[in-house]
Design a protein around this ligand. Structure first.
Ligand SMILES: Nc1nc2c(ncn2[C@@H]2O[C@H](COP(=O)(O)OP(=O)(O)OP(=O)(O)O)[C@@H](O)[C@H]2O)c(=O)[nH]1
Ligand SMILES: [Mg+2]
Length: 260
């Protein structure tokens, strides 16, 4: 239809014209579903017994922490994590902690995108176990070192902080000559709370050797736990889409190693 000033108005059937350019809603829905399923990530949390695997998943999903300990057999949780503006619907598999991994169960290797390998900063044995598990994954998948998308987590970081804070309180009281009341009001802490058995340097060194990400975290702090899973997603994405230097041709094959 022509207006008085010569401009064209929208024709009455303009909506119908547009629809020829837009994909039908079913297709749009299908495309969105395909995109979401493309972003799906399956993450396994592994580590020794009682290092805090379930606690960190509970904090991520339910924003809760519990002092109680219920050993896990196996459990799957779902949580959508946003990284760099992209939503990743994640399936997170909690596993039974083991003090010996003779063989990695196949379900923890096949179809898995990434790993959260947990040790407690208060247990050297659990730290050594991370290396063992990492080697088992390489073994099972037949991958070269450095190719497993994983984040190594030193859990129970709050225990050390608690000890430091209490230690400082004690010192202050000592300075004021109140040693006696100090011991009365701050009873001796359990042994595990006192001692960091794995230093940050040890954690970082292992991460460098295995080319994994590394962090320390407390399952009491939601932000810490979100960071753990963001790091894991970063490791996964880094290997699915390796960074390209400007001017270089794209790699022949992405370095993604998901056994299906
Ligand atoms: N202070 C403190 N305690 C924690 C933390 N994470 C876990 N715990 C405690 O450690 C104990 C074991 O935690 P879980 O999360 O059940 O450990 P797990 O690794 O899932 O244990 P399994 O299922 O047996 O392998 C519980 O009593 C928790 O409350 C933490 O970050 N800080
Ligand atoms: Mg558990």
């Amino acid at each position: 239809m022509k207006l008085m000033d010569g401009r064209r108005s929208l024709s009455p059937n303009h909506g119908a014209d547009l629809s020829t350019y837009l994909p039908p809603p079913q297709l749009l829905h299908g495309l969105m579903a395909a995109r979401i399923s493309l972003n799906r990530r399956k993450i396994v949390v592994l580590g020794s017994r009682s290092v805090g695997k379930s606690s960190l998943i509970k904090q991520l999903v339910d924003h809760r922490f519990s002092e109680s300990y219920y050993p896990t057999t196996s459990m799957t949780s779902h949580k959508t994590i946003t990284l760099n503006g992209v939503e990743y619907p994640c399936e997170i598999i909690d596993t039974a902690g083991q003090d010996e991994y003779s063989q990695l169960p196949p379900q923890y290797a096949i179809g898995i995108h990434g790993y959260v390998l947990v040790y407690s900063i208060t247990s050297k044995t659990s730290f050594d176990m991370v290396r063992t598990i990492y080697d088992k994954i390489l073994d099972f998948c037949g991958l070269p070192p450095g190719s497993v998308p994983a984040v190594i987590v030193g859990s129970k970081a709050d225990l050390v902080m608690r000890w430091v804070v209490r230690g400082l309180s004690r010192l202050a009281l000592l300075v004021y000559g109140l040693t006696l009341s100090c011991f009365l009001f701050f009873p001796t802490l359990p042994h595990s709370n006192r001692s960091r058995k794995v230093s940050s340097t040890d954690g970082q060194t292992l991460a460098d050797e295995t080319q994994c990400a590394w962090t320390e975290a407390s399952a009491m702090v939601h932000g810490d736990i979100v960071k753990v899973f963001e790091l894991c997603l970063e490791e996964i994405e880094r290997r699915l889409v390796p960074p390209r230097s400007p001017g270089l041709p794209p790699p022949d094959r992405p370095n993604n190693c998901v056994l299906m």
